[in-house]
Design a protein around this ligand. Structure first.
Ligand SMILES: [Fe+2]
Length: 244
């Protein structure tokens, strides 16, 4: 890469003690350092909110976000940190949606929404409609995981036409999440159906941040323009609230 891109990572689990992400403050700090070393300058921490699995309250998340900010400041990391959630589309999310009690990605109206293995294409489309009707823009997390897209990748067109943004994981681009996800991710990239690539990093062992490696891969295969759009410009515009 000629000059280094300033990357933005809007989906990750670097905040400790709130979900299955970073184990403690030490791992959180090391993950923040690794992202910084990879050229990431803006990070949105997105702890899971999922019924019966990850139910940390907004207060707990705010408390641990302050801790992560303090760690980054004390280590003088050149990072802008944001705090949001990865919302599983379930009863908690629907109740929050009805009450408007949601934390967008950064300063705009975009929500990071994930689905389960049992959600059908029809249900996902219905969810997108519910979210957009309520005045939010859904960004579908790791869209390469979902069965309806494996059955017909062109379903991605329908989702985008319905107002959803599509996020894929850096790990899927690099083939860390299996061949099927790698092939689907490639198909989506080739057809310009991806809006954002993010790390979805959880830890230092298995699901590490690989933003720079992914940016290099995208640049090599598809050109610098696409690398810049998917790993810098689009995620930054979402975080700054200028892309809705
Ligand atoms: Fe995630």
């Amino acid at each position: 890469m000629s000059s280094r891109l300033e990357l933005a990572d809007l989906h990750c689990h670097l905040m400790p003690y709130v979900d299955d992400g970073a184990y403690d403050e030490e791992e959180c700090l090391e993950l923040l350092k690794q992202e910084t070393e990879q050229g990431v300058r803006s990070i949105c921490l997105t702890p899971h909110l999922r019924a019966d699995m990850f139910e940390s309250s907004d207060e707990e998340v705010a408390l641990h976000f302050a801790m992560a900010q303090r760690l980054a400041e004390e280590a003088a990391l050149p990072l802008r940190l944001y705090c949001s959630r990865e919302y599983h589309f379930d009863r908690i999310f629907r109740s929050r949606l009805a009450k408007g009690e949601l934390s967008p990605l950064g300063e705009g109206k975009t929500l990071l929404v994930e689905f389960g293995g049992r959600h059908s294409g029809e249900e996902i489309m219905d969810a997108v409609a519910q979210v957009t009707r309520a005045g939010w823009k859904p960004l579908i997390a790791h869209v390469e995981r979902y069965l309806p897209l494996h059955q017909d990748w062109a379903f991605a067109h329908e989702l985008r036409e319905a107002g959803a943004g599509l996020q894929v994981n850096a790990g899927s681009v690099l083939g860390r999440e299996g061949l099927r996800q790698k092939l689907l991710t490639r198909r989506l990239l080739q057809n310009d159906l991806v809006d954002v690539i993010a790390s979805d990093a959880h830890d230092l062992r298995i699901r590490r941040p690989e933003m720079e490696l992914c940016a290099r891969h995208i640049e090599k295969k598809y050109g610098r323009g696409l690398a810049r759009r998917l790993l810098c410009d689009n995620p930054l515009a979402i975080l700054q609230g200028s892309k809705e």
